[in-house]
Design a protein. Structure first.
Lengths: 413, 413
């Protein structure tokens, strides 16, 4: 078994994947395997019983949005009796930030990997404050979701199509030269996204008031591009998945209860353990005791070599996730220890344009005892509240150890 | 004479000045002292005879634009016989990049310093390629100028007014955290500017095709915001001017022949010497021998503590102006040697949010032998060609020495 050769193939595929935003469609129309009674969610598989507050809140909110229930009790009943099924986004070529709950009627971005042909999907970003992805679901959240679906969605769809596609990989390369790390800081990326779409939005909108609203919504939300970026990272990671003998991690995801990983050479098996509470900066009035365990598919960014791995590109992020600019550089330096390679498209100007660490090697994680660094938002542990901070977290070491044991068994090493 | 006290007052005024883009108007309607037979130009005073190729080209282009001449011979005749007069932008609360030629019918940005009440003006940015500011003036240039005046200008005017004003100081603070230095690299600033204006552009445009064109033009031009930024720096520097006893430099400007400075405590006297050829990276096919001497009012950015002084914030700029990211950091470190203070609004994340060096102190320049570092574009030395590269340049030391001599005489030290 030439592990290095397999890992090289996996990592090269991640690097070479050219992720382009090609369209927008309803989840039920475009996501493979999506169906009327299915909700997708972040992280590894979960049941209602084991789901955290924000996950239950987001499931409730999505079912209210779909017109199937009126409250959390209703949601619980439908999920527990099996009328509504829950499956990971990752089982459907999809990713969603935080709770990641995606229901059949929601619009999703369609990202195509023009190098290898695979596709991935992600929902639209709601912005800040009370939002579904953090488990809020009241009328304010619903109104916003409806506006996104009825007003913004159609304009975005037409604008993306009129643009002929937006190269998200190129956008990310540029954003990393503009102080983003692509996960918690997408300030530059989001306005690069606005720049790419703005003329098309003006052209395709039925009236100028709608164009103005959509331009404002995208411009005001410094996470507008996070969801296309996550789906872009997903096509990169998926391209690297399923290579016999490879120890490269191709999924890292959390459902608010468990942190799970999957490995290129280990088929679709999840390795999971309890997710941890992020360390970071809280909004006024909140502290560790209010925080939910780590949640979301957005760790796909670190899986693809950005986010916490590209911290050195984003020294200003420490005002948001805590620490000093030196810590940001150290974070990237540490990640080189567990990465198989260095990216060619994603580079860090302040490190003389060195490529970001790419391809988390299971062997190196276990050998060095260094787990991946992940940037993340922090959700309140109760349903209905929302975001209370942002910070840093690491996956539990035991999932890498279990994966390595499984690898040794499968490949008889 | 308490020089430090005077310098503190000058520098604090520069730091405290809150520069807001409040409107757009025709030069002849809004710039104090502008008149039908006047052209403003970059740098210290100049005659046709001593003017460089790009300056002559820009004068010619502006007079063609005004319908007064058809070619360079015509322009020369009008200027030499005194029918058309030339005066520095700086004598009219104005600044213009490169040749900086501003004619009565051109639209200019209006920037107001909300702290001290003074105003400054700058023309619109034409984008790249063959442009008036680099001395090109053919039909392509004229067509672009007319489109800017007839189509983009009115939309921008209405959009800026509808926005209620755009805080350019705040925009710059943010852009410095996004890899800009605010002079040669305004990538982030220009899309932040687009973000601020986009909804208003959509709303005020007569039709969606025009809105789309204007959004595209602003978004595609990574220097869109340079001119408002320069006028913002001008209100900051002007606020610091005229303080008795202050040795702070309040103007640095080049007309393509001479580099000139003015000093806060030395009234409106210019100290000039021949401008130098920038060192940098040339576009394919060009080299030092094609380069014009340093030209433009854009050194107002360094005067106000950004540009070459904030190089450490913009490591990616070295791909454009030459050097390594380490050189960029060193440039900022060197400028602390000649600066009176550190900025509070303009900070550098990678230096633990240290403020940029602000307030060039004549005494320190002469004592240390360190002249200010300036980032700049490079113009072809012949009229009509345009930009051929970008790089770094320093003003001649002798102008600081002459200014210090004048200071000693005036204040009898």
């Amino acid at each position: 078994m030439d592990i290095d050769k397999a890992n090289k193939e996996a990592t090269e595929k991640m690097i070479e994947a050219r992720a382009v935003l090609v369209g927008l469609g309803k989840a039920k129309d475009v996501i493979p395997g999506m169906r009327e009674n299915l909700l997708l969610h972040a992280g590894p598989p979960i049941t209602w019983e084991r789901a955290s507050g924000p996950m239950r809140g987001a499931i409730t909110g999505a079912l209210i949005f779909e017109g199937k229930v009126r409250d959390e009790d209703g949601a619980r009943a439908l999920v527990e009796n099996g009328e509504i099924e829950l499956e990971p986004c990752h089982h459907h070529q999809s990713v969603g930030p935080m709770a990641g709950v995606t229901s059949p009627s929601m619009s999703v971005y369609i990202i195509e990997n023009e190098t290898h042909g695979n596709r991935a999907f992600s929902n639209l970003n709601e912005g800040y404050g009370k939002v579904l992805r953090y488990g809020a679901y009241d009328s304010e959240v619903q109104e916003r979701l409806r506006w996104m679906e009825e007003v913004m969605g159609p304009v975005l769809k037409d604008a993306i199509e009129a643009s002929g596609g937006i190269d998200i990989k190129a956008l990310l390369s540029e954003a990393l030269h503009m102080g983003d790390e692509g996960h918690n800081r997408n300030k530059a990326g989001s306005i690069l996204y606005l720049k790419a779409l703005a003329p098309h939005i003006a052209r395709v909108s039925k009236d100028s008031a709608v164009a103005a609203q959509v331009l404002q919504a995208i411009g005001d939300n410094a996470l507008s591009v996070l969801n296309p970026v996550m789906a872009a990272c997903k096509v990169m990671a998926d391209a690297a998945h399923g290579i016999a003998g490879s120890t490269i991690v191709t999924t890292m995801a959390r459902n608010g209860t468990d942190f799970g990983i999957r490995v290129s050479g280990l088929d679709d098996q999840w390795f999971t353990a309890p997710a941890q509470i992020p360390k970071g900066l809280y909004f006024p009035g909140y502290a560790d005791e209010h925080a939910n365990a780590d949640i979301g598919d957005s760790t796909i960014t670190e899986t693809a070599g950005i986010g916490g791995f590209a911290m050195a590109a984003a020294p200003a992020i420490v005002t948001f996730v805590s620490g000093t600019p030196k810590d940001a550089t150290n974070a990237t330096m540490e990640m080189y220890e567990i990465a198989f390679s260095e990216h060619r498209a994603f580079t860090i100007p302040s490190m003389s344009f060195r490529g970001t660490p790419i391809g988390i090697d299971l062997r190196k994680v276990v050998e060095t005892g260094i787990t991946p660094r992940v940037n993340t938002g922090i959700a309140h542990k109760e349903a209905g509240v929302g975001q209370i901070g942002a910070g840093l977290v690491r996956p539990p070491m035991e999932i890498f150890e279990s994966a390595l044991v499984a690898y040794a068994e499968k490949y008889d090493i």
